[in-house]
Design a protein around this ligand. Structure first.
Ligand code: PLP
Length: 422
């Protein structure tokens, strides 16, 4: 507060630094690009013919590429939970049993929804703070002599723990047991963030939502359906009118693609988001997410100190590139989050494992660049200092180093006098 001149606040007034553009870094909904928001800001056109119908068919043609598949995609007006239900009701029957590979919360939540429709499930838990071990999957499926499991449910990234599973390895594990179960992957938190190859990895059903890696407001559930899942669909008895794939496939009735009125503005938003992904290149999108995640991991490692912060996921190979869960030791995660929000305009994700004061999460999915990332980490670092948390070193500096290593310098301008006004 030293200085020759200082603002005198009115009696009782408290100053906050938060009055710039707020930043919400929660693991979904993610930051929506201005381009997407602007693309959606249009009045309703005729939905029965013309532009909206063409747009719908073009999106159905474009969506398979995002999941790296030749398979058909379905779009529902729903969130991720709706997409879960679409996957279940279209492929399973009452009394079927599914194997849930759990590394946090989400795969079990998915199975609990199936259970309400009469599906039985068994949960195979990974080791604490780690991904599913493929060998455990093989062993459990080999023991399923009667081939009771109709499907294996797994989240590529579990958004609660920030563990990322190796989907290709899980497929190989299922093949090693020669088990016919469908492989259903929840990619809500990872599609458009992590490498994902539906066809090459042998995934039968892929589930995603619009509001995470795909940068569109919540409201679109998406499901990609492989040939084995389509076969199962013919036998499934949980089918319901709203979610039914067959009805939504009728080539002469585009009205049934959404089982009613299409989500027009969301479709414009999705088209714009897919344009942005195409312009950047899907591999570049994945690589950008990897670099951003590495910077966060480096920051937390640098901060870590006895009684202080540490990454939840121990093995770097098991860490998500779209969300990071951080354990705060003796530091109050609630105080940290509340201070970031009220004093700096930065919203961090809260824990959803029941340890709200000992954990927090950073969402780093979708529309994210270094100013947003380093701003987030610098703000956390300042807040840690402000609340007297124990910290080892500068996480912001460690993250900047990771960003520097991934940065290609622009060419230097030619030497000589330069007059920008001439
Ligand atoms: C967010 C999320 C969901 C649920 O999506 P909603 O849109 O909130 O219904 C499911 N699975 C994973 C892995 C998620 O991250």
């Amino acid at each position: 507060m030293a200085g020759r001149w200082q603002v005198r606040l009115p009696e009782g007034a408290v100053m906050s630094l938060r009055y710039g553009r707020p930043l919400v870094m929660i693991p979904g909904p993610s930051v929506i690009p201005d381009r997407v928001l602007n693309a959606m800001r249009r009045p309703i056109p005729n939905i029965y013919e013309g532009e909206v119908v063409d747009l719908t068919y073009s999106l159905l043609e474009r969506l398979p590429a995002v999941a790296r598949t030749e398979n058909r995609a379905y779009i529902a007006i729903s969130n991720g939970h709706g997409a879960w239900e679409m996957a279940i009701t279209n492929t399973l029957s009452r009394g079927d049993k599914v194997l849930v590979l759990e590394v946090g919360h989400f795969a079990t939540n998915w199975a609990e929804m199936a259970a309400m429709s009469g599906v039985k499930f068994e949960v195979l838990h990974a080791a604490d703070r780690a991904a599913i071990a493929p060998k455990a999957v093989t062993e459990r499926l080999l023991a399923d002599v009667g081939r009771e499991f109709a499907a294996v449910l797994v989240a590529q990234t579990d958004t609660a723990s920030s563990v990322r599973n190796d989907i290709a390895a899980i497929r190989r594990a299922m093949d090693d047991a020669d088990h016919p179960a469908l492989l259903m992957a929840d990619c809500v938190a990872s599609l458009g963030c992590e490498p994902f190859e539906m066809d090459a990895w042998g995934v039968d059903v892929t589930v995603a939502g619009s509001q995470k890696g795909l940068m569109v407001p919540p409201g679109l559930g998406m499901v990609w359906v492989g040939p084995k899942a389509w076969e199962a669909h013919q036998r499934a008895d949980l089918r319901t009118a709203y979610w039914d794939w067959t009805r939504r496939t009728d080539p002469d009735a585009h009205y049934w693609i959404f089982c009613g009125t299409p989500p027009v503005q969301h479709l414009w938003g999705l088209a714009e988001a897919l344009d942005m992904i195409d312009e950047e290149g899907l591999e570049n999108v994945w690589e950008r997410h990897r670099v951003m995640a590495s910077a966060i991991h480096a920051a937390v490692d640098a901060w870590s100190a006895p009684g202080g912060l540490e990454l939840n996921v121990v093995d770097p190979a098991h860490r998500s590139n779209s969300v990071t869960m951080i354990r705060t030791g003796g530091v109050s995660a609630q105080q940290l989050r509340a201070t970031c929000e009220s004093e700096a305009g930065l919203t961090l994700g809260l824990s959803i494992t029941g340890n709200a004061d000992a954990e927090f999460r950073i969402g780093h999915m979708g529309h994210l660049n270094p100013p947003m990332l380093l701003g987030t980490l610098g703000t956390i670092e300042a807040t840690l200092a402000a609340i007297n948390a124990p910290v080892g070193g500068s996480g912001a500096a460690a993250a900047a180093q990771v960003i520097a290593e991934a940065t290609t310098p622009a060419p230097r301008p030619p030497a000589g006098p330069e007059d920008p006004w001439s």
